[in-house]
Design a protein around this ligand. Structure first.
Ligand code: DAH
Length: 349
């Protein structure tokens, strides 16, 4: 090694960084010059042959080479990194003037939809939409509704009890009738509907669900008769199932109404001729109803000599299933979109 070799190497190093380098090439250069058998490293190994009095000078020259390489290396590295960062920033630039991507808004839950439809019809007839608790007292769910403890009518509604036999998950929305009458104080007319969840200890299948929705209705006033109920039911049936829908009452039994009826609509698929939907009867049952039992009026603070009224209870899922041709109640409550309901009944008016 002599000074010439070192000076040549200096020139060589200065030129190295004039080329276009990427990170890999840059690192390869580092290995080529400063690696274990790199060019500068090899020169340093020659120090042992340099006479002692010149060692200091050679040492300094070699160090200059190392510093020169490292400085060039570092600034080139920084240049590459800055370029990469700028490229990334440019590609991620947000154009605020671009139109926003479409958000899929979906559509209203079909059950909510039918409840809103029913609410609208009743509100147009002056009814209020009220709410009641889902965790209910036995008193409201049964007793005030003329179903005392131990009465066989309770068996029809296999109930979820909570803690003791006085607190339960309401098995029907009818307790809201009692609550509304008591809150009104026995001297005001009432028009209300109450849509809400109800619970029964039923095994789930295509037509049963341990949780389902009912739409309760109650009208209290003076001189109310069964024909008022018929007129009201006719109106709602026509609004929901079309102007040609015909209705009928069949005698039935509920502990809280007297007389009690099952309300039927003419089958909207076969128009009364008989088909699989109406089981060849031409009629479809959509709710239970009746004139509020005098005991219930009395229990809830209304004098049955002065006041009368009617009540009804629709199954919301049943209405939706009929109207939209859904054949399994469980589809309302599952969240798997692949299994979601398709509304394909074209024959609904
Ligand atoms: N609560 C009854 C049930 O769940 C339905 C019902 C029938 C409600 C007649 C009423 C009614 O208000 O008058 O089976």
């Amino acid at each position: 090694m002599n000074k010439k070799t070192i000076l040549n190497m200096k020139e060589e190093i200065s030129k190295l960084f004039l080329d276009n380098l990427d990170m890999k090439k840059l690192n390869d250069l580092k290995v080529e010059y400063l690696g274990k058998s790199g060019k500068i490293t090899e020169l340093s190994k020659g120090m042992k042959d340099i006479p002692n009095e010149e060692k200091k000078e050679f040492g300094m020259l070699l160090n200059e080479l190392r510093v020169l390489f490292n400085n060039n290396y570092e600034s080139y590295k920084e240049k590459i990194e800055t370029e990469e960062l700028n490229k990334k920033l440019a590609s991620e630039e947000i154009d605020v003037t671009l139109p926003a991507t479409n958000i899929k808004t979906g559509s209203p839950n079909i059950l909510e939809h039918i409840i809103e439809e029913v609410e609208e019809v009743f509100m147009s007839m002056g009814y209020d939409v009220v709410d009641g608790p889902e965790i209910e007292e036995d008193k409201y769910n049964f007793e005030l509704l003329n179903i005392p403890k131990g009465h066989p009518a309770r068996d029809a509604q296999d109930t979820f009890y909570i803690e003791d036999e006085n607190i339960l998950l309401r098995s029907q929305t009818s307790p809201v009738q009692a609550r509304t009458m008591l809150a009104a104080g026995g001297n005001k007319p009432i028009r209300m509907i109450c849509p809400g969840k109800t619970y029964r200890r039923d095994a789930d299948d295509a037509t049963h669900s341990h949780q389902f929705m009912q739409i309760e209705g109650l009208l209290i006033d003076k001189n109310i008769s069964l024909s008022d109920l018929k007129g009201t039911f006719d109106t709602i049936a026509k609004k929901l199932f079309g102007e040609n829908c015909v209705t009928r009452f069949r005698p039935s039994y509920y502990q809280f109404t007297e007389p009690s009826v099952e309300t039927d609509i003419s089958c909207f698929v076969c128009k009364g001729k008989g088909c699989s939907l109406c089981k060849n009867t031409g009629w479809i049952t959509v709710s239970g109803a009746g004139m509020v039992h005098p005991n219930v009026l009395r229990n809830c603070g209304y004098d049955p000599k002065e006041w009368s009224g009617f009540a009804f209870g629709f199954g919301a899922e049943r209405l939706a299933m009929l109207k939209y041709g859904i054949n399994d109640i469980r589809t309302f409550y599952q969240t798997d979109l692949r299994e979601s309901i398709t509304f394909d009944r074209k024959d609904v008016e």
